[in-house]
Design a protein around this ligand. Sequence first.
Ligand code: AKG
Length: 344
Amino acid sequence: MSMSAQALFERPIEAELVAAPPAQAPIGPSFELIEETTWEALKQSGRQWPFARPVLIKGGIKHWPAFEKWSFEHLAGICEGQGAEAPVKFTDGLVEQGLTKGRPFLPVAPYLRELGKAAQKAPSPAAGLLPKARQQALRQGQTGARFHLNWAHMQSFRPTTLYLAQWDILEKFPQLRQDLLIKSLWPGQRMTWEYVFMGPANTVTGLHNDFPHNWFCQLTGTKEFLLFPPDQSEHMCPAKKYDWGATLSDINVSRLPSQAKELASFEKAHGIYARVEAGDALFVPKRTWHSVVSLEPSISLGMFGLTPYEVATGGAWATLRDWAHHLHLHAWGNCTCHQVLGKR
Ligand SMILES: O=C(O)CCC(=O)C(=O)O
């Protein structure tokens, strides 16, 4: 492939999205603001972890060495210095949604340097599904008040760039583990799996739920999280499409105006909105549906944690399902792990 890193970074994707006709923004589900707290307040309250509902710990990872160190430039240097110019598999900027496309293998360092340049430009304060000023006004008003999001935001941009999502960076560079205080988030005996998500503004991760609990840590940039507890599953249109460890949804948050049936169901749901900023830690309880839109170039770390019991039960079940899938017995031709040939 002879394209430059810059051209790849700007490469348009998702032909079906580009072809979508302009339409009026839908109302969408109603939301309440997430519970925001701090480690100090949690300690004083003596609350038991794991929490049943999503909780945002403001500034929860600001004391981690990674918060200081993990800039785009720093990670680009690590990738170059350690021969990670061996290309890595990228996704497109619309994760877990629509058709699974072939994924390009690209070197990481030039991509990160482009993200670093883009990060110097501040986003418009009016950008987002819930602009910051409106969120602050809601927080100062009545607690528990429900509101709707500005879905026109999703039509004002297109996820047109490559996204390095769910990259197992710690397997590639185990020394980076020293920068993360993982044990402080997972008390007791837990096996953890960590993945980075590095990408520009306007990446979209589609609606899905994961079977383990997740601590989602935002190192750089801002993301908007739309969360729906498991009791909202009846409105989430679970998809038949197979993904290891996750249940996907047929609701495509990037194309709501053209999804009459799914939209009618989605609009009955009650969600929780979180604006996750650099230095925050978000607890996403297992099986909580979520969709994520980035407002700025971001470096995020998703950390899944399982007790030995959960590994033996949920993990074993996921592995059995995976064997069945690879033996062509379950959801073959409709999955996130294999490209659907002839449908690009
Ligand atoms: O940050 C993102 O784009 C997606 C994160 C996510 O879905 C997860 O950590 O489970």
